[in-house]
Design a protein around this ligand. Structure first.
Ligand code: HEM
Length: 415
């Protein structure tokens, strides 16, 4: 039985939950809450969010693939029809970028765009990065190895994903800090509680980001290079190419999605492994062991906890009657802890063979960057533990103060 948590209020009979997403007791250890929810109320109406949430593995997995739900609804109904707020002038740049974002489209537009991007994003581009990822990680470790200590997020985790995705797209490496800043402001839009200042920052960042990408696209049109952007510009499928707006949106989404989640996961994985007390040399003894270790860290400590869907029609799920235009929340990180799927779910067991976790989603929006993220994790984690034997946590890790993205603010290590 899960421990009772004083800040979690569950009315199991009416499937109502009250929980403050900004309460550090919750977001610092959401797994304890997920365990309690699985035990008492796995499908619930979250009073503070005024929406339904699903945590069961089979339900979340099924809903991610269920075509009665979509990431978008404006392709089948008008905003007025659905009583949605009018587009806001101060978010016009952000809205334009989202308009052609893979993440926000549904078929047939999604299929066309995803096929075109996928053709450019093939394994040739991913696999050839392996030695580059290792060389970058080695160089970073060279920089702090002799100190006997480091703060891993700033010295390592923050740098690897953005450098790799920038190189892959064809953006000069010195843009790294600027890309991080734009991306950070952009994803501020995905928080449960955001302020007008967050919105203005996101819109300004999108405008600057988009202007920069447009300049780069013009350069690549004149002089193509061996990079993803040139590929995307010149990729053709059934006589179609990506439009300028699609190219800008895709570049922005690849850069945002491409590093935030991976940065968090490098920190989360290192923390989980160190907390487990298991021997890193055994966990990373060969490629297969490394893969299962990495997957288990993704299961038990995912970086992105929730994705939403619109109900595209009136539909009943797990006894909940939803109306067309309702938004539901799929708790990927909670589904990864469903005891019906993963026995002893809160235990880190790299040897488990219980099947796939849902950290990269499922269905048509399954993470297009999963092969890259996995390659990065499978390359840098063994390298880090091999180069710094005896590595330990030097101060209590500080969790970022947002709920949906679960990552660390600081991870102080010593060896
Ligand atoms: C550990 C790292 C990562 C995690 C946990 C993650 C997670 C996810 C999840 C859960 C989705 C599905 C969203 C939904 O169903 O609504 C998604 C989609 C996506 N991800 Fe990732 N991601 C990661 C890294 C990356 C990287 C490295 C890239 C790019 C290089 C990337 C690009 C994308 C894109 C473009 C989509 C949208 C795909 C579509 O809608 O068709 N992600 N990601």
């Amino acid at each position: 039985m899960a421990e009772p948590l004083s800040f979690l209020h569950v009315d199991a009979e009416h499937r109502r939950v009250s929980l403050d997403a900004r309460d550090p007791a919750f977001y610092r250890n959401p797994n304890a809450v997920y365990a309690a929810l699985h035990a008492r109320c796995p499908t619930f109406f979250w009073e503070e969010q005024r929406q339904w949430f699903f945590t069961g593995y089979d339900l979340v997995n099924g809903l991610l693939r269920d075509r009665r739900f979509g990431r978008q609804i404006l392709h089948i109904a008008s905003a007025e029809d659905l009583g949605l707020p009018e587009p806001q002038a101060h978010l016009q740049n952000f809205d334009l970028a989202e308009r052609f974002s893979l993440l926000e489209l549904e078929p047939p537009e999604h299929t066309r765009l995803r096929t075109l991007v996928n053709r450019a994003f093939v394994s040739r581009h991913i696999e050839r990065l392996r030695p580059e990822i290792a060389a970058l990680a080695d160089r970073l470790i060279d920089g702090f190895e002799k100190d006997g200590q480091t703060e891993l997020l700033s010295s390592f985790a923050d740098i690897i994903p953005v450098t790799m995705i920038a190189r892959m797209i064809g953006i000069p490496e010195e843009m790294g800090p600027q890309l991080l800043a734009w991306s950070h402001d952009y994803v501020g839009m995905y928080m449960f509680k955001r302020t007008r200042a967050d919105e203005l920052a996101a819109d300004r960042a999108t405008r600057e980001f988009a202007d920069y990408v447009k300049g780069l696209i013009a350069e690549r049109r004149r002089a193509p290079q061996d990079d993803l952007l040139s590929q995307m510009i010149h990729t053709e499928h059934k006589g179609q190419f990506l439009t300028e707006e699609e190219l800008v949106s895709t570049t922005i989404v690849l850069l945002n999605a491409g590093h935030e989640a991976t940065v968090h996961q490098i920190g989360n994985s290192v923390r989980v492994i160190l907390d487990s007390g298991l021997d890193p040399a055994a966990l990373f003894r060969d490629e297969t062991a490394t893969e299962t270790t990495v997957e288990e860290t993704l299961r038990i400590c995912a970086p992105v906890h929730i994705f939403q869907r619109w109900a595209l029609e009136d539909v009943e799920v797990d006894g909940v009657r939803l109306k067309r235009g309702d938004k539901i929340n799929l708790m990927l990180a909670a589904a990864n802890l469903d005891p019906a799927r993963f026995p002893d779910p809160l235990a880190f067991k790299p040897e488990r063979r219980d099947g796939a976790n849902l950290s990269f989603g499922a269905g048509i929006h399954f993470c297009i960057g999963a092969p890259l993220a996995r390659l990065e994790l499978n390359t840098v984690l063994p390298l880090l533990f091999r180069r710094l034997p005896g590595m330990r946590v030097a101060a209590p890790p500080r969790v970022k103060d947002v709920y949906q993205f679960h990552g660390l603010e600081r991870l102080d290590l010593a060896w």
